[in-house]
Design a protein around this ligand. Sequence first.
Ligand SMILES: [Zn+2]
Length: 387
Amino acid sequence: MLSAVLLPAALGFLFGAFIGSFLNVCIHRLPRNESVVLPPSRCYSCGTQVQWYDNLPVISYLILRGRCRWCDAPFSIRYLLLEVSVGALSALVMWWAFSDPTAPAPWLLALGVSDGVARALAAAVILALAYLLVVSSFIDLEHSIIPDELTKPFQLAAPLLALGSGSVLGHHLLFDPSAWLLQRNILGAVVPTTATFVWSVLAVVAGVLLFLVLSLPLAKVIYGRFCPPEQRWRDEDHQGFRVGVLWFMAATGVSTAALLALVWWQPGGDDGGWWRMCAGHGALALFGSLVGWLSLYVVGLVGTIAFRRNAMGFGDVKFLAPIGAFLGPIGVLYAFFFAAMVGTVVGLPMRLLASQREIPFGPWLAVGAILALLWGPELHAWLFSQI
Ligand SMILES: [Zn+2]
């Protein structure tokens, strides 16, 4: 039984170390608008192309002692650290996917997909999320920006990808496992009829989108008036903000349409069961994305008025929405909570001791998301058992 978890974890480390090597390239080249595929890696000092046998993760770095084989120029320790930590992160995700009861998507199991395949799929989508978090975090650390090229497509894809793993349901299963996991009809456990489900989803989505539209002129006033002059938004800032909000609204529209199409189509008939589970799962992913966006967005608006300085990085808002799709509306709040905790406990002393510049919030959000994924449901269960 243990080997059924250890083997995937070991494979995860090996795979992750190779991916970590590739993510190094992404982190260096994406913010510079360079291709991540071509040209092949070169020594930044002498320009010699790095051969495959010098490009093996971890091992090559140790054999060459972190130096170029030809000109002896030192390579950044970040290469080694990233290969090891992405390997470890991948091993952790694989361990989670092959041991956690909430990892496989219940609708896939109801569809007749085997437990092993459903867990492998859960591992694949969560690894995709984890790698996005790593790349975004390191770019954010270096350049204090999370590129739109990463967050925008991911906002669109996240609610769909999230269907591949049960992580969205992790926190919800705890309310009443019998109603969520064991009952065939997830949707029926929450809302009694298909029509009620459709109207509930439409009402929530329409309400949030209306709020976002109405908030645009409000944000213009707040970020124009309440910030100190050097932080005050210029016209192109407002323009970029508007485009970002509209993009999220469009992405939300796409996943809402897909969700309602599934409910309307009802593949396999009304007693098919799996599509109801899939629709309930999809609705939680959609709501998670909305809560992820709204939580930081509203904190930013209110905080800017309260503290009279720009309290929101808009990149973080765009970043937390796709995280929310994978964690659901409750899980994403834990991610936010963990991010604030870790950011305070680790980040504040780092700033004071090393007198570093302000550390961006993106990396803490990524750490919070991983913590909420792996241990959020346990914390949630513990909190609710105390009440
Ligand atoms: Zn060299």
